[in-house]
Design a protein around this ligand. Structure first.
Ligand code: PHE
Length: 380
C-alpha cells in the first residue's frame, strides 16, 4: 500500500474506533495503537525518510496533517467519554467513601438553661412536668385564687380564644393541673413558655419562659423554700451565692416574696448588671395560699407547701454573661487593674450577652432599664 494510503487508512480507522469508544480505556487503546510508541502511525515516521525528494513536501504535509487530525480526534473523544462518564450516576457515586456528617447544631440557650434547671431540681427530688400553652381560664386564674374581678389579672393580661381558653400567662397553671391529678406529696418543676399582652417594639415581645416549682407535703415552710432556692442557685451560679427574699404579692401564695440572688458579676459589691444593688431578682415565690389548696381539693389543715416561678431569660443571660466573664478573665488575667476598666468590661459583657441571646431579654426586665414602670407586668 502506498504510504499516503496507509496514512489515510490509519486516520480513518482511528476515527471510526474513536466514534465507537464508550469509555476512557477505549480511547486510550486507540491512542496506543496509532500514535503510541509501537503505534501504526508512529511506525510510519522512519519511512518518511525514504520518500523520494520530489514527493517529500507533499508526503511531509500529509503526514503532519494526519498527526494533527489524530491528536484532535483523540482529544475530542477523550472529552466526550469524560462528560458521559461524569453524568453516569453509577460512576459518580463512590460507595466506599465515608459518609458525610450533617453539621451538628446545638441547643438554644433557653433550652440549655431549662434543661440545666430541671437537672438541678431533679437531683433534689423534683419531677420535671409540663402543661399546655393553651390553658383553661380556671387553671390560669380562678384556681390560683384570682377570680374574674381580681385586679392581679390585669397585670397578666393575655390572649383569649373564642372558646374562652387563653394563652397561659405563667407556668403556675401546671401547679393546678398537678394537684388536681395527684394527692400530696407533690414535688414538681415545670419549665415552659408563657404569654402576656404587650405592645411589641424592639425590646418588648409577647412571650417569655419560666420554670415553675411546687412542693406540697405535711411539714413545708418558708425555710424549705429558701434552702431549695439557695441549693439551686449555688449549683447554677456557683457556691458563694446568697438568697434574699423581699415581701411581694401573688394571689396564689401567702406570704409572697420576690427572691434575689447575689449578683454573680460583682459578687454583691454592685455593678451595672445589678444596677449597683448587689442583687439580681430571679423569682417570685411564696407559701401556697390555702385557698388554692382548697380549690384543688387538698386540705390546708393537713398539708402545705411552697411554689416559685423563675424567669428563664434572666438565668440564661446571667449564665452566658458569667461564662463570658470567666472566659475573658482567664484570657486577660493580669491586665484587669482599675475598677474603671472592670466597669467597661462589664458593659461589654452585657452587650455581648444581649447580642448572643437576642433582645427578648430586655423585654422581661433582665436589662438595666432603670425605669421600673417599663417592667410593669412584673415579669422576672
Ligand atoms: N406565676 C408568677 C409570675 O408569673 C410567679 C410565681 C410562681 C410566684 C409561683 C409565686 C409562686 O409572676
Amino acid at each position: 500500500m502506498e504510504l499516503l494510503e496507509q496514512i489515510q487508512a490509519i486516520v480513518k480507522d482511528a476515527a471510526e474506533a474513536l466514534a465507537a469508544a464508550k469509555d476512557a480505556a477505549a480511547v486510550e487503546a486507540v491512542r496506543a495503537k496509532t500514535i503510541g510508541r509501537n503505534g501504526s502511525f508512529t511506525a510510519l515516521g522512519p519511512l518518511m525518510g525514504k520518500v523520494p525528494p520530489e514527493d517529500k513536501p507533499k508526503m511531509g504535509r500529509a503526514f503532519n496533517e494526519a498527526k494533527q487530525e489524530l491528536a484532535k480526534l483523540l482529544e475530542e473523544a477523550k472529552d466526550r467519554v469524560a462528560a458521559s462518564e461524569g453524568a453516569d450516576p453509577a460512576k459518580m457515586l463512590d460507595v466506599t467513601l465515608p459518609g458525610r456528617k450533617a453539621p451538628a447544631g446545638r441547643k438554644h440557650p433557653l433550652t440549655q438553661t431549662m434543661e440545666e434547671c430541671c437537672n438541678i431540681f431533679r437531683r433534689m427530688g423534683f419531677v420535671a412536668t409540663s402543661g399546655p400553652e393553651i390553658e383553661k381560664v380556671f387553671n390560669n386564674f380562678d384556681a390560683l385564687n384570682a377570680p374574674a374581678d381580681h385586679p392581679s389579672r390585669s397585670a397578666q393580661d393575655t390572649f383569649y380564644f373564642e372558646d374562652g381558653r387563653l394563652l397561659r400567662s405563667h407556668t403556675s397553671p401546671v401547679q393546678v393541673r398537678t394537684m388536681l391529678s395527684k394527692k400530696p406529696p407533690v414535688r414538681i418543676v415545670a419549665p415552659g413558655r408563657c404569654f402576656r399582652r404587650d405592645t411589641p417594639d424592639a425590646t418588648h415581645g409577647v412571650h417569655f419562659h419560666q420554670i415553675e416549682g411546687l412542693y406540697i407535703d405535711t411539714n413545708v415552710s418558708m425555710a424549705d423554700l429558701k434552702s431549695t432556692l439557695l441549693a439551686f442557685a449555688s449549683e447554677f451560679f456557683g457556691p458563694d451565692i446568697k438568697v434574699r427574699m423581699r415581701p411581694s404579692f401573688f394571689p396564689f401564695t401567702e406570704p409572697s416574696v420576690e427572691c434575689d440572688f447575689t449578683c454573680v458579676m460583682c459578687g454583691g459589691k454592685g455593678c451595672p448588671v445589678c444596677k449597683n444593688s448587689g442583687w439580681i431578682e430571679c423569682a417570685g415565690a411564696g407559701m401556697v395560699n390555702p385557698n388554692v389548696l382548697r380549690n384543688v381539693g387538698y386540705d390546708p389543715e393537713t398539708c402545705q407547701g411552697f411554689a416559685f416561678g423563675m424567669g428563664i431569660y434572666r438565668l440564661t443571660m446571667i449564665n452566658i454573661a458569667l461564662r463570658t466573664f470567666v472566659f475573658s478573665l482567664k484570657t486577660t488575667s493580669g491586665s484587669w487593674n482599675s475598677s474603671e476598666e472592670r466597669q467597661v468590661n462589664y458593659e461589654n459583657l452585657i452587650e455581648l450577652a444581649f447580642r448572643l441571646c437576642g433582645c427578648e431579654y430586655r423585654s422581661h426586665g433582665a436589662c438595666c432599664d432603670p425605669d421600673p414602670r417599663r417592667n410593669r407586668s412584673g415579669r422576672n
